[in-house]
Design a protein around this ligand. Structure first.
Ligand SMILES: [Zn+2]
Length: 110
């Protein structure tokens, strides 16, 4: 899937266990590569971590991971590299974003 991030195209790629990339063996869940303009998702690691929780849990966790990686990219693309490198800030916003969006909608602030 390709995503336009403020005029720059990024590709979201789901890796599987068969991918022979170092990424797949590091047990990372997601990673953004600002040079290649790719967001990599480790599908097998999602499934391993959430084994038994079912597809809805995997879907939610995957969406949160995509938000996390996109926030890194958005901060980078807008020249806020300091924020892009702040894992706590990025993760907090990725988790809270659906709630923030709901509040903004209710407040007609969007
Ligand atoms: Zn991160």
């Amino acid at each position: 899937m390709k995503v336009d991030v403020l005029g720059t195209e990024y590709e979201i790629i789901e890796l599987t266990e068969t991918d022979k990339l170092e990424f797949a063996t590091k047990c990372l869940i997601g990673q953004c590569n600002l040079r290649t303009k790719q967001i990599l998702l480790n599908k097998s690691e999602f499934e391993r971590l959430l084994e038994g929780d079912g597809e809805p849990a995997i879907k939610l966790y995957k969406a949160e991971t995509i938000r996390h990686e996109l926030l890194h990219v958005i901060f980078h693309e807008t020249g806020h590299s300091k924020y892009a490198d702040d894992e706590k800030l990025v993760d907090c916003l990725a988790v809270l974003f659906p709630k923030i969006l709901k509040i903004f909608h209710h407040a007609n602030a969007i």
